[in-house]
Design a protein around this ligand. Structure first.
Ligand SMILES: Nc1ncnc2c1ncn2[C@@H]1O[C@H](COP(=O)(O)OP(=O)(O)O)[C@@H](O)[C@H]1O
Ligand SMILES: [Mg+2]
Length: 237
């Protein structure tokens, strides 16, 4: 059995005196889309931030691609190939779509075919159509797509996606799902924080459910969809 790409065990985190995560464990393999589901305030965002060193945290295991990342700075973790797309859009609103993508370009690590603009525009056809548009003139959903596309230009092996479907129109949610599926097809691993079960179910292989900073359930996405008790207890349905 090969080691998972990302292995997290016993991850705890706090904001000052307020403890928020209590021994979270999860893993993701190459090419796997894993959902981290839970209601508002359950600890999804904090889990992502704790993994990449953006909040005060401790862990028994925090390994990415064979590296112990527990004491690494956030930018060094990114350079190992772990991308992060926060809930809030991170783009340069004065730059065009094309310019935003060019800014994100970093060389691929060995053994992986790098993302090119052509390949990205196939995954995000709507971005191709507005290549020359300033990001300030895009809708929130389009900006969210651009944030993800820019992260891919950094050629990560895995992406942490924080609620990408939140607040998007249904047609954009559909495009977002297709983009996540295309990322998986490229061999990327994705850890996807979500409250939207329909979206998560459309793209994910496995799911974890978090509540009050602890993992309450782990299983395949199909098992979670079939489990009324867990869904009613921990998810918004
Ligand atoms: N910057 C912060 N300072 C203090 N508490 C926070 C901060 N960010 C989040 N929290 C608290 O941590 C808990 C988990 O929040 P979060 O990880 O954002 O949950 P989720 O992403 O699942 O909605 C919540 O109780 C929230 O109020
Ligand atoms: Mg959140």
């Amino acid at each position: 059995m090969t080691e998972a790409l990302l292995t997290v065990s016993g991850l705890s985190a706090a904001y000052g005196q307020a403890k928020v995560l209590f021994g979270v464990s999860l893993e993701a393999r190459r090419g796997e889309v894993v959902a981290l589901m839970g209601r508002n305030g359950a600890g999804k965002t904090t889990t992502l931030k704790a993994i990449i060193g953006m909040v005060e945290a401790s862990a028994e295991t925090l390994r990415f691609d064979g590296h112990d990342i527990r004491r690494l700075e956030t930018f060094r973790i990114a350079r190992l190939g772990l991308g992060y797309v926060p809930e809030e859009r991170r783009i340069f609103t004065d730059l065009t779509v094309h310019e935003n993508l060019a800014v994100g370009l970093r060389p691929a690590r060995s053994g992986r075919a790098p993302w090119t603009l052509d390949k990205l525009y196939k995954v995000f056809p709507n971005l191709a159509e507005m290549e020359g548009r300033r990001a300030s003139a895009m809708s929130g959903g389009e900006q969210q797509m651009l944030t993800i596309a820019r992260t891919l230009m950094g050629n990560p092996d895995m992406v942490l996606l924080d609620e990408p479907s939140e607040g998007l129109a249904p047609v954009i949610v559909e495009q977002m799902a297709e983009a996540v599926i295309a990322m998986k097809a490229e061999g990327l691993a994705v850890l996807l924080c979500e409250q939207n079960l329909h979206f998560a179910a459309a793209v994910s292989d496995r799911a974890y459910v978090i509540e009050k900073g602890a993992i309450r359930y782990a299983g395949t996405m199909a098992e979670l969809e079939a489990n009324d008790e867990i869904r009613e207890a921990y998810l918004t349905v």
